[in-house]
Ligand binder design. Sequence first.
Ligand code: MV4
Length: 594
Amino acid sequence: MFRKVLVANRGEIAIRVMRACEELNVGTVAVYSDADKDAGHVRYADEAYNVGPARAADSYLDHDAVIEAARKADADAIHPGYGFLAENAEFAQRVEQEEGITWVGPSSDAMESLGEKTKARSIMQKADVPIVPGTTDPVTEPEQVEEFGEKHGYPIAIKAEGGGGGRGMKVVRDESEIEEQLESARREGEAYFDNDSVYLERYLEKPRHIEVQILADEHDNVRHLGERDCSLQRRHQKVIEEGPSPALSDELREEIGEAARRGVAEAEYTNAGTVEFLVEDGEFYFLEVNTRIQVEHTVTEELTGIDIVKWQLRVAAGEELSFEQDDVDLEGHAMEFRINAENAADDFAPASGGTLTTYDPPGGIGVRVDDALRQGDELVTDYDSMIAKLIVHASDRDECISRSLRALREYDIEGVTTIISFHRLMLTDETFNEGTHSTKYLDQELDEARIENAQQQWGTQPSGSADEEETVSREFTVEVNGKRFDVDLEEHDPPTIATEQDSSGGLAERPDAAEDSSTTTSGAGEVIEAEMQGTILDVNVDEGDEVGAGDVVCVLEAMKMENDIVAETGGTVSEVPIEAGQNVDTGDPLVVLE
Ligand code: MV4
């Protein structure tokens, strides 16, 4: 077993991995960006190393910086968590080539082959895993799509080979749409995944999203740990995950689990992974493989009692799985609720900041909370909006729902708005209670007015008011050779510290963070800036266009959501320094108005 593991991640998953290390008596190393200098995962680790500024590309995603931190710490393994570098085959290969440091995850080769969707489909076909009727080779010409339509019918899904998650799929409902959608899919594939290859599938109108957890060691042992139903999604963002699926019969459950094992064995995959399927009308079809630990792995852990992350570490250290497939036993029902700092009544807009003036998680029988927060923490909004995961386990689905409602009622958070009220609405929703929701339910069927009402009834608003005594605690952290020393300084009613040069050259009072606008006026007009790091999905204006206040000038994809960026005031577009597919960071100019 390893001596010391560097966790190349942040937030709840970083602590979750460190907890597995603690139980294995393995040392823990955290990495952190400037934005995370006071973060929970840094507090939890035995030692911590700064890897760069807030911008993820210059810190958590910086291969050299992460490797250098592992060297400084003398770590003998790197666990990537999920997101960031978790599915970066190039980084995995870099770690594989580093003397004395082991990558905790699948081989870079397996990651590479399963990351290309057509290759993954071919592997699954060889393993006799049902795939959605479609092509396993890329298509380039409209005639190929027409021919497919004549043979298989419509609708057709045109998918980017490098795609995944919510990106890179166009739906063609009849022949007249082929040319435009094929071109659009290829263009987006090139822009997002640097790969314009696309392939075809029959489009399933209302599938369920079922995924099977896999553990495979380096001695040809492959086990599945049952399935998770992730059908409750909003704009491709999972909201509630559960297991076992209310939509699977025992027979289908057995079939889908064994299919996942065959597919993973054929791919010579090792460590933890998830095989995703679409299920419709009693049939299941391979969708893709996630070559990492997933956010919702906790559902499976609660159902099986198996610590998946500890097995990731053991398998990476060369150990054999100590249990047979027949030893895997799913008990009861479990659900996971992502506690996101978002306002569900405002199109799930992520919080732009705030202090957790109250943070009091639930407890009691069957309740697990994975988080990295404590009361008084400042919210870090540079990366994603998830601040915790609530996982609930009970004897059956009905008890799981009532226990989840109890836990959500207990979850006391003030200072930031969360989607707890939305989860409580879902748990009282008839369709969700029946377990008959498809992947389209939230996007196409849920009445949004119900979300507003739930928020009114159960929601929390950011607290804190101007007339409260201002007490500012400043924490200075000094890091010496990975050891950290905190200096706390408490100031009461501190003088407003001016931090920006104003036009007269003096120090102007900086507006309160909560009042910061996303635009700064440059005297003559308005510079609309990115409020968060993300990728430009669409640009809706050109130089010379007239825009009014509230017009959407572009769409920014961030935190797996599509965010409309609007002009706060009207004007004429004088500059558009962005294009579709471009990555932008917090503060980057998007559109300039005269
Ligand atoms: C599909 C599909 C229906 N038919 N493929 C969405 C993202 C990507 N992972 C694949 N996705 C889908 N592929 C065929 N042939 C429907 C979806 C889909 C979806 C899949 C799983 C979970 C949520 C979803 C939301 C919208 C569409």
